[in-house]
Design a protein around this ligand. Structure first.
Ligand SMILES: Cc1ncc(COP(=O)(O)O)c(C=O)c1O
Length: 411
């Protein structure tokens, strides 16, 4: 006879099933074509990454560093290897500092649960990842409010409201300080203390967005968002989970591609998608790193990731730095441009010509049709070539068009 709690769990599962919401673990057959995973660059099965990874592992004597990290980073789990890797990642992403978390989920929870100070404001895109929601649940921020997906107008309205309220609070504090100052003219010391405590501080505003949203594959209007936030003195946190390895110079992300690195407070680069590893780095100011080491509970109270995973992350970054992922990345970008065009068509919007990525002309291997070995090409005989993307790992976006994409013959 199942216990009460078992029955309750079963009832809830049945309710989910009745609503077609039941989640199950499935094992994907090895032979299936990948149209849905996060392995955007196909690195998870890439022989070059494999070779680099094994070489990295073997370049260290046994047990130095130990295979398992053996503890939280704040206890025994830290290593020179981890710190050097963080320096390499910070340098690659043109940031002051990088801090590695065991997962992107942990990093978002760590950031949003600890960095906003009591009473602060978090505004987030309505499509933001669950991990940001979990962080916000335990955050001390006074306001946590969603803005409409990618809507600059709505974000602007919310920012205006926050700053208007700040001004009202400032006026109220100043008015009460004047009254108290008048009343207490015999006791200046006490009044000074009181006024200091009550001094007006505008709330910090944090805005959480993703650079690429995985469900539709659309990107955030980051340039407009940054311009807007600077006007309101707000801080932007960009989750680059789906852009890392794919967008920007050698996969540095969309913030890099748009030249905004110095104008964004913090960025999250996950290793679990295009980089075929686990974990993530929060990159930003040095003081943010030190603060997170002190306050981010998922980092403090969890055993740090293993050396073998760090070696895998390092090998993937070495591939990005060596430019070994650029060609595959370009092909994926082309396919995604075409997917977006098809999606516009499906929504009844104009399907204007899709310009090929600007850097295409500058990539001789692509321009000369020397395609990566994982991509096969066949001529349609009609002035255009057809790329079969079946052997390329495709993002969830490209999965929407599990078909051949026609690319102009210039390719
Ligand atoms: C936008 C976004 N942020 C964060 C995460 C969490 O990253 P990780 O898989 O490394 O925990 C994901 C993963 O699904 C994601 O899509």
């Amino acid at each position: 006879m199942p216990s009460q709690i078992e029955q309750q769990l079963q009832t809830q599962l049945e309710s989910r099933k009745a609503r077609s919401l039941l989640r199950r673990l499935v094992v994907i057959p090895e032979t299936s074509a990948d149209f849905s995973s996060n392995d955007f660059l196909g690195l998870a099965r890439n022989p070059r990454l494999n070779t680099r990874f094994l070489k990295e592992l073997h370049s260290f004597p046994a047990h130095a560093p130990p295979l398992g990290s053996t503890g939280s980073r704040l206890l025994d789990g830290n290593s020179r290897y981890a710190e050097d890797l963080e320096d390499l990642i910070a340098e690659f992403h043109h940031a002051e500092a990088a801090l590695i978390f065991n997962s992107g989920f942990d990093a978002n929870v760590g950031f949003f649960s600890s960095v906003p100070q009591p009473g602060d404001v978090i505004l987030y895109d309505e499509y933001i990842h669950a991990s940001v929601h979990d962080g916000m649940k335990v955050s001390r921020a006074g306001v946590k409010k969603a803005f409409l997906h990618n809507s600059i107008e709505h974000l602007g309205e919310l920012l205006q409201t926050v700053r208007r309220e700040d001004q009202q609070r400032k006026a109220a504090i100043e008015a009460s300080a004047v009254i108290l100052g008048d009343k207490g003219s015999n006791n200046n010391n006490n009044n000074n203390n009181y006024n200091k405590d009550m001094a007006f501080k505008p709330r910090n505003i944090f805005v959480a967005v993703e650079s690429v949203y995985s469900m539709d594959g659309d990107t955030a209007p980051l340039k407009e968002i940054v311009d807007l936030l600077e006007h309101f003195d707000a801080h932007l946190i960009v989750d680059e989970a789906h852009a890392t390895g794919v967008f920007g110079d050698q996969g540095r992300g969309l913030v890099n591609e748009l030249g905004l690195e110095s104008r964004v407070f913090a960025r999250l680069h996950t290793f679990s998608k295009a980089l075929a590893s686990n974990g993530a780095a929060m990159v930003g100011p040095k003081v943010l790193k030190e603060y997170l080491i002190n306050y981010a509970r998922p980092l403090i109270y969890s055993t740090f990731t293993s050396f073998s995973n760090l070696a895998s992350v390092k090998s993937a970054y070495q591939m990005l730095m060596a430019g070994e992922t650029v060609e595959v990345d370009l092909l994926i970008r082309i396919v995604e441009e075409w997917v977006q065009r098809d999606l516009r068509g499906a929504r009844g919007e104009p399907m204007e010509e899709v310009p090929l990525p600007a850097m295409l002309d500058a990539t001789p291997a692509i321009a000369n049709k020397e395609l990566p070995s994982s991509v096969s090409e066949s001529s349609s005989g009609s002035g255009s070539s057809t790329l079969s993307v079946s052997t390329l790992s495709a993002s969830s976006t490209t999965a929407l068009v599990a078909k051949k994409c026609t690319i102009p013959s210039k390719l």
